[in-house]
Each structure stands twice: as C-alpha cells, then as structure tokens.
Design a protein around this ligand. Structure first.
Ligand code: SAM
Length: 215
C-alpha cells in the first residue's frame, strides 16, 4: 500500500481538526501526521481512514478515534526513551503513535486473533513494539516498572496491578466507568506510597476484560 500525496493531505487535514478540538502538544500532532492510518483499513474502506471516528477492526473491537488517541497520548506526557505499557494492542495504531514520539513500547492484547494479526502486520510498516498476548488488566509484572501505562479499553475501576507497576513519577491513563461511557483518569505515582488522581472528559471504549477488568 502506498502513502500518496492525497493520503498525506487528508492526514494534515485530520491533524488540523485535532488541533482545533484542543490537542496542543506538537509532538502528538506530528506523530499523528507521521502514521499512515489508512494502512490499517481495507482497500474498500479507505475513505474512513482520515475521519475522526473509531472504526471496527474485527473480533468486535475497534481502532480508536484519532481524537481519543491524541487525547490519551497528550495526557500521558511521553518523552523519548520512556518505557511504556499499552493495554489493548488492537490494530496497533496507538502503539505506532507512541513509537513516533520515541517510546519503548510494550503492548498486550487479550484477543488471540488480533494479537497474531497485529504482531505480523506492524513490523511490515516498520514499527516493532514488544508484543504480548494475555490479560493486560494485570499489567506485565515481569517487565515492570513502567514510566507510562496507557489503557485503551474501558475499565470498571483502576486495576491495582497497574498502579503497582508504575515507576515513581510514572503516569497511568485509563478510561473508567460503566459499559457505555467512561471518564478518562490520570494516575501519577508521586512516591513509593502516594498517587495523585486527576479526572478529564468522558469517552466510550470497548470493555477491558480480564481479572481486574469486566469478568
Ligand atoms: N489501541 C488500539 C488501537 O490503536 O487500535 C485500540 C484498542 S480497542 C479500543 C481495545 C482493545 O483492548 C481490544 O483489542 C480488546 O481486545 C483489548 N482488550 C480488552 N481487554 C483486554 C485485556 N484485559 N488485556 C489486553 N487487551 C484487552
């Protein structure tokens, strides 16, 4: 698949729209501008790639809306070289955005079909995060601590395992709520004992499954 002048133009228009909606961090906007989102879509569905909408990727799951990806990434305050855990690999698009900013990405997906598909597909685009299959609601204890953790599925509450896998100064961004809407929360580990919680806008994600998600 090619990344033509036309695709790049549509991507620039999407980035402009995200800036108008309030995304400010130039590194986030640049990352969205650099990842060819149409590569994640079937040929017949290409016109959906640069709309600011979530889209089905099979297995009842979605590629998140670009605004949601940009919002979560901005609130995560990622710096190059940081070790980042993503829970919910899905299509792999969010992982690519994080890698464009220079993050060292560990990504875990519950669904075996999506895990296999994305693990094969992303390296073909030149993106090589560390892929894991399993229940990400429990994090990845053997690779902790993480500087940043991003959860891209809606949780009923903040999993204790994820809080415990945050490095001091680390940030967790996670949508928490019921099955229809969730509030975006940011948890910052202030020191070994203390975390700070902030609340942002409401979003709508597919459910976080597993031990510390929806059982
Ligand atoms: N980040 C993805 C992207 O860029 O395409 C979007 C993810 S989609 C909104 C949510 C994903 O979380 C789904 O692929 C779903 O299978 C996955 N998921 C749900 N519960 C999970 C869990 N406990 N551990 C890991 N992945 C999970």
């Amino acid at each position: 698949m090619e990344d033509s002048y036309k695709h790049r133009g549509k991507r620039r228009a999407l980035v402009k729209k995200l800036a108008e909606k309030g995304i400010r961090d130039p590194r986030v906007l640049e990352a969205i501008n650099n990842v060819p989102r149409h590569f994640f879509f079937d040929e017949a569905l290409l016109e959906h790639a640069y709309q600011d909408k979530a889209f089905p990727i099979g297995e009842g799951q979605t590629i998140s809306q670009p605004y949601t990806v940009a919002f979560q990434t901005e609130k995560l305050e990622v710096e190059p070289g940081m070790k980042v855990l993503e829970v919910g690999t899905g299509s792999g698009y969010q992982a690519c955005v994080l890698m464009e900013i220079g993050a060292d990405v560990y990504t875990i997906e519950y669904n075996k079909v999506l895990y296999q598909r994305t693990r094969k597909f992303l390296p073909k685009m030149g993106y090589k995060p560390k892929f894991f299959q399993g229940d990400g609601s429990r994090g990845l204890p053997e690779y902790a601590p993480f500087d940043r953790i991003i959860v891209t599925a809606g949780a009923p509450s903040v999993p204790n395992s994820l809080i415990s896998q945050l490095a001091v100064g680390g940030i967790l961004i996670i949508p928490v709520g019921d099955s229809s809407t969730q509030q975006m929360l940011r948890i910052t580990r202030v020191n070994e004992k203390k975390v700070r919680k902030e609340s942002f806008d409401y979003f709508s994600f597919v459910p976080l499954k597993g031990e510390e998600g929806w059982k």
